[in-house]
Design a protein around this ligand. Structure first.
Ligand code: ADP
Ligand code: MG
Length: 604
């Protein structure tokens, strides 16, 4: 006998207000999603200017004003009905040429807020605007109102009707940042449309329309959003295969970021966050960028509408391709091609070949040939060796004068005695059983990192005052994030203060870092902070913070080292935990045992 809880109750059809509230949970999970839907509607309405205003992270107020086609009173009433849309004239879900098509946004937003639509059609016959209000899903009547041609949507008290959702909103700052992000992505897709975004009285975005429709307009818009240096470092991408067209811009590998936030991807003009595409971008930059750094790209994929399904997710952020491998392959090869043409190839010809592109086993144990491949060298080795033997211009190896080389390497030093520095980057040392090649930057990074962690655990961090404060330009969201963490950062030796709009001034850096690239450091920190939970103390994320700090405080590749410096570095490595890998997981050194070297030369 079922208990009371499990007694069947009558099945009923839910009232539409409740249905809309349930849908709202998926379509508008936070204010930024509402902004995204409303801006998409404005784009679909053919607007040439879109103005967004938010207050309190969109929670108490947001408005979107456009100069698009507008709506008459009947259209207004229909627009707030569930599943009412003007965008699917033919019932064909494959023929979608607009941002919207589900007819869900307005009824969903209206179900959980107090929403007023004011709209006036663009044609001359429309002499007045009409306004219509929906409160918690209850619609009023359309009434004449004052207003210019176009549409204005005002949303007050978002989620007041669903208090549970209200509780899950993040801080005002992070909601505002998410709104900026949403508007930014749409603005990238539509360079011809002018956008503004106000956060209360504060201007967050102001994007002039970019003339023309081609790559130049796009690059102008990207530069306005991502900064002038992106525009300077961007390679134009243009490729096509079997009806799939890829265009856009990809930054040089050296122009990278600490997070994947600046990877903007669009499918048929729609901003998407798609794992497959992000993976393909990673593939395109493989070997050219450290494993935990992210390239900056804005890539636009256009393909026949029947080759992609955009109706996968209520928020329309995901897509499904009919031919996944085709799209992935196109992306990877177009990126690789463009990057190779730019002359930025993987710097480690020989090493990559010997290691087969991957490091096998722990770095300290050195490389082992795969067991199933006893005689033949790995693919590509022959070319790599040939390349290595080819004349390489003026000799760049710093060999150790005989007097400085202190005889045979002592057996107690596993990393051996330094014999030479190659390309101001690699230390070659001799061990009793073979040789070791050490990447000086990677190695030093690990040492600084472990040192910082130890220092932080021991007590407050010594700060070193800068002679002149370093002023770093950032986005307002990044400034906010840093300023929010100001006290904690100062505890780590980094003293910052806001410096006018969109900039901070750094007064001190952690002394351990020595002479460092302050701007790069501050930028990377601002970016990694975005990934941290706001309530989480920095000390709990110390590893990540230290990694960022360490990367900027380490001996750069390209610095000449003296023999005592090289040996000191090797000895420090031997004394440092985990020194086999840098913080990015790359090996810090590779050892080759004599038998392996002999096999390389087919002596055995
Ligand atoms: P969808 O965009 O999926 O059609 P919405 O609920 O977002 O669904 O909008 C419903 C309809 O309201 C749209 O199809 C469109 O006809 C109309 N509409 C919404 N916003 C605007 C706007 N800013 N300008 C003109 N028409 C609009
Ligand atoms: Mg819509």
């Amino acid at each position: 006998m079922p208990d009371d809880l499990h007694r069947p109750s009558a099945i009923r059809v839910l009232p539409s207000t409740l249905v809309n509230r349930i849908a709202a949970g998926e379509v508008v999970e936070r204010p930024a999603a509402a902004v995204k839907e409303l801006v998409e509607n404005s784009i679909d309405a053919g607007a040439s200017t879109i103005d967004v205003v938010t207050r309190d992270g969109g929670r108490t107020f947001l408005s979107i004003t456009d100069d698009g086609v507008g709506m008459g009173p009947e259209a207004l009433k229909l627009a707030i009905e569930r599943h009412a849309t003007s965008k699917l004239p033919s019932d064909d879900l494959l023929a979608i040429h607009t941002m919207g098509f589900r007819g869900e946004a307005l009824p969903s937003i209206g179900a959980v807020s107090r929403m007023t639509l004011t709209s006036r059609r663009h044609d001359a016959a429309a002499s007045t605007a009409w306004a219509l209000t929906v409160e918690g899903g209850t619609a009023g009547e359309a009434a004449p109102a004052a207003g210019r041609a176009g549409t204005r949507v005002e949303v007050r008290d978002l989620f007041y009707a669903t208090p549970a959702r209200l509780k899950f909103l993040k801080s005002e700052r992070s909601e505002t940042a998410a709104i900026e992000e949403a508007v930014t992505r749409l603005a990238m897709a539509c360079p011809a449309i002018a956008f503004t975004l106000m956060d209360g009285a504060r201007r967050r975005l102001s994007l002039a329309p970019a003339a023309g429709d081609g790559a130049a307009a796009r690059l102008q818009r990207l530069g306005d959003i991502l900064g002038r240096d992106f525009a300077a470092d961007a390679l134009e991408i243009r490729a096509e295969r079997d009806g799939v067209r890829l265009t856009g811009h990809a930054a040089l590998p050296t122009h990278n970021r600490a997070t994947g936030q600046a990877q903007y991807l669009f499918v048929n003009g729609r901003p998407v966050r798609d794992k497959l595409l992000l993976g393909a971008v990673r593939g395109g930059y493989a070997d050219l960028i450290p494993r935990d750094r992210y390239p900056v790209v804005a890539l636009f994929i256009d393909l026949p509408h029947e080759a992609v399904d955009v109706n996968v997710h209520p928020a329309k952020a995901e897509v499904r391709f009919r031919d996944t491998m085709l799209v992935r392959g196109l992306l990877v090869s177009a990126l690789r091609h463009a990057l190779a043409e730019a002359g930025h190839r993987a710097s480690s010809g020989l090493g990559t070949a010997i290691l087969g592109g991957r490091h096998a086993g722990g770095a300290t144990t050195g490389y082992r040939f795969p067991a199933h491949e006893p005689r033949t060298p790995p693919l590509g080795l022959a070319e790599a060796v040939a390349q290595y033997q080819a004349p390489i211009g003026p000799p760049s190896a710093r060999t150790v004068p005989a007097a400085e080389a202190e005889g045979p390497p002592p057996a107690e030093h596993p990393l051996g005695a330094a014999r030479a520095q190659l390309h101001n980057t690699y230390i070659v040392s001799e061990t009793p059983g073979g040789l070791v090649i050490t990447d000086q930057h990677a190695a030093h990074e690990r040492i600084v990192y472990e040192g910082m962690k130890a220092a932080l655990e021991a007590g407050p961090v010594a700060a070193q005052r800068l002679l002149f404060p370093a002023v770093v330009d950032l986005s307002q969201a990044e400034v906010d994030r840093l300023v929010e963490r100001r006290e904690e950062l100062s505890g780590l030796g980094l003293e910052l203060e806001p410096f006018g709009p969109g900039a901070v001034a750094a007064h001190t850096v952690p002394a351990l870092l020595g002479d460092t690239d302050v701007a790069g450091l501050v930028r990377d920190l601002a970016e990694s902070l975005a990934e941290f939970d706001r309530a989480e103390p920095l000390r709990r994320r110390l590893d990540a913070v230290c990694a960022t700090l360490a990367c900027h405080g380490s001996v750069r590749a390209g610095r000449a080292l003296t023999v005592p410096e090289m040996n000191a570095l090797l000895r420090q490595m031997e004394a440092t935990p985990f020194s086999g890998q840098c913080n990015h997981g790359r090996p810090t050194h590779v050892s080759l045992a004599l038998p392996e070297i002999e096999r390389l030369f087919e002596r055995r």
